[in-house]
Design a protein around this ligand. Structure first.
Ligand SMILES: *[C@@H]1O[C@H](CO)[C@@H](O)[C@H](O)[C@H]1NC(C)=O
Ligand SMILES: *[C@@H]1O[C@H](CO)[C@@H](O)[C@H](O)[C@H]1NC(C)=O
Length: 294
């Protein structure tokens, strides 16, 4: 009896529970599904819409806020050239992927047939014979105006932007080839008037465009980086200090002068001997005064 009551109660409760609750559950899931889907769908659309708007906004913002009306010789676009600061003493900046591999190959082709042994600017009292072995590369000079393909003009333009000095201050390219064992002892690109006499147009900065990878050796080195090794014990053949491994298409810019125009003693640099492979580099000196090479 007791059990029956319980059972009846239970079945009554189940009955009470089951019919409307199943109905309610159905409605609930239907509504949840419907609104849930549309809510989800809507929110996705919204999120997408917001993203798109943000993108448009930032692009528009850049155009509105950053691109100014340029002067007569300026650009109607923004230039972006990625670089890494390698050192502030000397001021040395690295430009990965400055030129394409194809551009590098074309520059090597231009130079190949016309190489001759590289020369040195001599100090008072120095002789060619006495300075033999300091610089053992071969090279040639070619200016943008001599290159009818227009490639060197493109590189000129890019170097001017990188250095923020007009291309009229750059001379011809010195295209250099270093074979195994060839090197350039440490030296300054700027000429100290005390040693070389008064300078009409000092070299302010140098841009090196590496035209080949060098598997071993051939680094550009700055032995006095940060003021190190500056005591008189330094041997100008020693390959020490900040070393930059040549990588095809990458550029290196360094300044030989301080902003006040005096020579930065830490800009002393050289080319370590090539151990494996061949090093090709295009060098451009950027000068104080207008400089036209033809
Ligand atoms: C180079 O100079 C900077 C700043 O003067 C200093 O923090 C750093 O330790 C120096 N590095 C070396 C290797 O001397
Ligand atoms: C030029 O600048 C360098 C580096 O800031 C400084 O050491 C030097 O004393 C300055 N020389 C002159 C003459 O102002």
């Amino acid at each position: 009896m007791k059990a029956k009551t319980v059972k009846a109660n239970w079945s009554l409760r189940t009955k009470k529970f089951s019919l409307p609750s199943v109905f309610l559950l159905c409605i609930f899931f239907f509504l949840a599904g419907f609104f849930g889907f549309s809510f989800f769908h809507h929110s996705q659309e919204d999120e997408y819409g917001v993203r798109v708007r943000l993108l448009e906004k930032s692009v528009k913002d850049e155009t509105e806020h950053r691109l100014l009306h340029a002067g007569k010789s300026g650009d109607n676009f923004i230039t972006s050239i990625p670089f890494q600061v390698l050192s502030w003493n000397p001021r040395a900046l690295y430009f990965p992927n400055f030129a394409s591999a194809e551009q590098c190959d074309r520059i090597i082709e231009m130079a190949k047939a016309e190489l001759s042994p590289s020369r040195l600017m001599l100090r008072e009292g120095e002789t060619e014979e006495g300075t033999k072995g300091i610089r053992t590369s071969s090279g040639m000079f070619i200016s943008a105006s001599e290159d009818k393909t227009g490639l060197l003009e493109v590189i000129d333009e890019k170097i001017a932007r990188a250095a923020k000095i007009p291309k009229t201050h750059g001379g011809a390219y010195n295209i250099l080839r270093y074979k195994v064992g060839q090197k350039y002892n440490s030296h300054y690109d700027a000429f100290n008037p005390a040693e070389y006499g008064p300078q009409e147009s000092q070299r302010v900065a140098s841009f090196l465009l590496y035209l080949t990878d060098v598997p071993e050796g051939g680094e550009t080195m700055f032995p006095f980086e940060n003021g190190s090794n500056m005591d008189s014990s330094y041997n100008f053949e020693d390959c020490i200090g900040l070393k930059i491994k040549p990588l095809k298409g990458d550029g290196l810019l360094f300044y030989s002068l301080f902003p006040n125009g005096t020579i930065d003693p830490t800009s002393l640099h050289g080319s370590c001997p090539v151990i494996k492979g061949e090093k090709w580099v295009a060098t451009k000196w950027i000068r104080e005064q207008l400089h036209y090479d033809v």
